[in-house]
Ligand binder design. Sequence first.
Ligand code: BGC
Length: 750
Amino acid sequence: MKKALLIGGLFFLGACSVLKEGGQPPVTLSDEEKVGQTCQITLDAVLCTDSQGRTLVPLKIDTNKLTEALVKYHVGSILNVSWHTLSLSQWNEIHETIRSYYTKGRIKIPVLYGIDAIHGVNYTRGATLFPQEIGLAATWNPSLAEEFGRITAYETRASGIPWNFSPVLDLGRNPLWSRTFETLGEDPYLVSTMGASIVRGYQGKKSSQIDSLHVLSCMKHFVGYSASSSGRDRTPAWIPDKYMKELYLPSFLEAVRAGALTVMINSGTVNGIPGHINKTLIQKTLKDEWKFRGFAVSDWEDFNMLHTVHRVAPDLKTAYEIAFNAGVDMSMVPLSPDYKTYCEHMLASVKEGKISSERLNDAVTRIYRTKDAVGLMNLHQPSMASYTAFGSKEHKAASKQAALESITLLKNNGILPFNPTGKFLVAGPCSNNLIYLNGAWTHTWQGMDTSFNTPGCKTIVQVLQEKYGSNCLFSKGVELFKDKEIEQSRFVSLDDYIQKLNEVEYVILCLGEGPSTEKPGDIASLNLDSKQVELAKLAYSKNKKVILVLVEGRPRIIHEIVGRAEAIVQCYLPGDYGAEAFVELLSGEKNFSGKLPYTYPKYDGVIEFYDRPRSVDRSNVGDFNAFNPEWPFGFGLHYGEVKYEHVKSNEQIKGNAPWEISVDVTNESNREIDEVVQLYVGKEFGSMVPAGEQLKRFQKIKVPAGKTVEVRFVLTKDDLMVVDETGTWVFEPGKFNYRIGTRRGSVVFQ
Ligand code: BGC
């Protein structure tokens, strides 16, 4: 009967009706109860504190606070634990307590608990931590992305949590941005493909009925958050309509098509409009045009920010009204006593008619429908003990496989596979602590607390020492630390580093960044910190053979030290099993197959993306060309070469006929290669400046030694549409140039 009510669209006829436990008749929600459903608080708001308001450890729920929030204010959602990691049994206790309130309230709609499990359930001890999204993107393997989603959903659910604030679908279009590592890179097609795969992994096959092995996904952060011009977190972005539609919106649309049921709104502003009041994007595009049936949640404190930061509301009450009326259904308030103010103001606005009952009912229907879709109404939460695969060997193997497929070989003068005959030195700040492999959102929000590091997981030095014994020397050389939130570095035992340099022929330098995200991750320059650069220069000055290993969330500029390096490996933030994967690749036990999901810049002052218009390329004279990256998007070497030949493509396409293109990929080496075949297409002329080329298809294939594999793509006009001057998607016939692997050609659409 409940389903019939929902399907028949009768769920709301002025009042919100929900079924009581056991299928009894529905109750009608009061305005207070409806407002409460739109309110999300943080777990910290209901935890026991000491007399000075500090949260007590171990965490324990203060039942008075919880009663007030859930029974008096009818709060509909709780989120997170941002500075701690809990065991499964602690999570169990917390959820049991929260769930017991389900029956105490009158309306009997359970609380929806959400968490940022963005690279595994990073706030649960013993969980499987994967590479961060930027590394997942570098695998160019959608099935792996889906597998990551499936395992993370399973372990999130094992922790009692049905809602994951992931994936981030923002385009990594400003490498300065502290959350670049949370993105799937710079390209809309890659982000859309990998993002939709993650959504399918999280939610499972049927998004209208998510089972107890899956979770709700949350598309973040709708939309344009990553494009801030300063690169600083939550600062203004300016995005013309054409690029909003062609670049920033597609990954969200693809996720909606994949069934994503929740969305989190951009904290920043685009074209002078805060994300949270952008009715055109939230209501018109997302809900009306795309028919998104789930609900929109604000980001942290963002209703308040409309008044306090963005200055588009003279007071908090107005701020709540304009955000809610723009289509944001739930407010991540999230603290106490703010949530009480939120509920009280919202109720007053409803009574005054400033928020219509239709709008309130729409929001509550969406929230209820989503809670129902994830199975909250059927009360039977499987016991945590039934999730026997939590942290299992299989899950860890999948994480390691993701690291293996993501780590990208950027340069190799023949020094790799690494097969040292004598002593070698490992150095650099990122060589000997798991926090550098995992980055932020690992055990705590900023990922800096080493006390939570996963026991048994190894650092790069540890794995190398295990493999090469006393031939592997270690001297950190430089360490990173934070001073007033800003990352700094200092030399440590430089004499020791220099002395060990003298003893070896090879140096493996693990350089990069410390964990950080959001505001604390803001940087003023993309250049790699100068002390780390100095470590490389010292090694070069002694004619050592240097392998640069980058452990970083965003591409830090290293131009000065690229030329003399013998090899360069990009690890991104490869997770708990990243060091093992790295060493297997380094030693040649496994082959590299990762490809850059972004353009790696050469200079701080020249940031361009691969799909640039031709004007960016105007000069062919060395550095005058504005597109002159260190490494291009999609680049990555492996052991052995592949050859692209025998391209077969239509030359002319008439009417709505598809365009078929194929290529033979031959492995000329004596070991297996996983190759990512990439098809780029660019229009010769357009009514508006056309992109030079855009990624339109890719496929990761296995090519056995000495064998040839044929790869075939089929495209239609829909794949080649652009947004014209009027903001409309159109197909403009004419000549299109393509690049598939190393081959180029053209096709004319009539
Ligand atoms: C971040 C979101 C995150 C939320 C809840 C915010 O500060 O921008 O990405 O989901 O906090 O932790």
